[in-house]
Design a protein around this ligand. Structure first.
Ligand code: SF4
Length: 337
């Protein structure tokens, strides 16, 4: 069996362990697909990947409406599987089902200076954006939990965008401090810098469910077409014959991704007033729907068989937990507990 064919749980001599997590935000959208899921699928073909649904992290901002989190977890996993993650080739698990994560977070919180947590750039930004109610102890300690997510499953590499580098650097610092105090127990994770495109939503801003501008993976063709029909385009192009600016148009962003072979021609016809937005949107919708068709088909299969999804999560969680238990035992041993 080649390295690429190695299955999760088998000896991983040549494959480095990659850890990535995602908060359960419910049904995922095309921005998640292009920004993270395609990368997850590619990484799982060569690396020993551990993918975590970070439901405890969700509590940092959703502690007042936690009743929704469990169903959001399931929706996220269904979208992961629909996007092509093979549970035989990677480990998919839920953070809250591994109690060792919370225990290690408590232990690492004992050695992490508060000043390190307060200087994380997103800490103050998010309090400004979301209000002082989010400024809980758990919210401040969020980077510790992130560190544990990686360290407890022995993650060596973490796919991150440029903006997440400061958080990973803090994780590395916490690990270094632990190893300095108690001996070399934890692995210092490295960044696996990934190009995460800024995917525009239907209103031209970053695609996000909170902006209500998202095309969901689970949307059917009719819903997708309706959203694309109302999509923002170049506001200076009112008539077909007006010269457009495709480089600033979200419709063109998707043409470049899903209809790459025709992108140059589309851009030229838009600029020279030979292509109208109505026609271009319909064409883009066709290509996006064609790309999403097999993903939606897989999604429908998993959605109608939630017992199978639970079984996949159960297997993955058991696999991740056995690694976590071993790591925690080593940590406690090193600390003399
Ligand atoms: S023709 Fe296409 S690329 Fe040009 S502005 Fe209209 S929608 Fe955008």
């Amino acid at each position: 069996m080649s390295v690429a064919q190695t299955k999760a749980g088998e000896p991983q001599a040549k494959r480095r362990r990659i850890m990535a997590g995602m908060r359960p935000t419910g049904r995922l959208h095309v921005g998640h697909l292009l920004g993270a899921l395609q990368n997850f699928v590619a990484l799982s073909q060569t690396g020993d990947c551990f993918f975590e649904v970070a439901d405890v992290h969700a509590l940092t901002t959703k502690f007042e409406s936690s009743g929704q989190i469990a169903s959001d977890v399931l929706e996220v996993v269904i979208d992961w599987l629909a996007a092509g993650l093979d549970p035989e080739a990677c480990t998919i698990y839920v953070q809250s089902r591994i109690p060792e994560i919370s225990e290690l977070a408590l232990l690492l919180s004992m050695i992490t200076p508060v000043s390190w947590l307060e200087r994380v750039p997103t800490y103050k930004d998010q309090i400004n954006a979301l209000g002082p109610a989010v400024a809980t102890h758990g919210f401040l300690g969020y980077p510790i939990l992130q560190t544990v997510d990686i360290a407890i499953v022995r993650g060596e590499r973490v796919p991150v965008g440029q903006d997440q580098l400061p958080n990973l650097e803090l994780s590395r610092e916490i690990v270094r401090r632990f190893n300095h105090l108690y001996g070399p127990v934890l692995a210092e994770p490295e960044a696996l810098l990934s190009d995460t495109p800024l995917v525009p939503g239907t209103d031209g801003r970053k695609m996000s469910k909170s902006y209500q501008n998202a095309i969901l993976i689970s949307d059917d063709e009719a819903a997708t077409n309706a959203k694309i029909k109302t999509m923002f385009t170049d506001p200076t192009k009112i008539h077909k014959t007006d010269p457009g600016h495709p480089e600033t148009c979200p419709v063109f962003f998707f043409q470049r991704v899903f209809n790459a072979a025709a992108a140059d021609d589309i851009a030229l016809r838009c600029r020279t007033g030979r292509l109208g937005c109505v026609e271009d949107k319909a064409d883009m919708a066709r290509h996006l729907n064609a790309y999403l068709a097999p993903i939606r088909e897989r999604r429908a299969r998993f959605e109608s068989n939630r017992a199978l999804v639970e079984e996949i999560l159960g297997d993955g969680t058991a696999r991740a937990r056995s690694v976590a238990m071993k790591t925690l035992a080593e940590v406690k041993g090193a600390m003399g507990l």
